[in-house]
Design a protein around this ligand. Structure first.
Ligand SMILES: [Zn+2]
Length: 123
């Protein structure tokens, strides 16, 4: 592997991380605005959740191979945080279509694929 190969894959990884952060931020924002009636900034609880999730993304050892944290086999989220993020996903997922259709569709497709693969393994 040459030095430039390493740089390229590092860049790809960084792009993936920032893309995941973007998606997450959009979802938390939709959730907070809808549920906690915030206007622009997040409430303290949701900012904490986002901070926490950002840290997980930064430290995730599977960033290269996986798609989204919600599909990750390694559950690196603390239990209470995982509950919260699931609520956020459930609420914001369908609403993402209006805010960011491309990301929402990608996310839906990835989730679907993960489900298909899971049921294939069972049968
Ligand atoms: Zn909130």
């Amino acid at each position: 592997m040459t030095n430039s190969d390493v740089t390229t894959s590092m860049n790809r990884l960084n792009q993936k991380r920032s893309k995941e952060k973007e998606t997450l931020q959009t979802m938390v924002r939709i959730y907070c605005h809808g549920n906690h009636h915030t206007k622009k900034d997040l409430c303290p609880e949701c900012s904490e959740l986002m901070e926490y999730a950002f840290q997980r993304i930064d430290q995730c050892p599977h960033m290269e191979t996986k798609t989204f944290c919600s599909q990750c086999k390694t559950h690196c989220y603390r239990k209470d945080m995982r509950e919260k993020i699931r609520q956020v996903m459930r609420y914001a997922g369908p609403r993402m279509l209006f805010h960011d259709p491309i990301t929402a569709l990608k996310h839906a497709w990835v989730t679907l694929r993960a489900k298909e693969r899971a049921s294939e393994r069972q049968s």
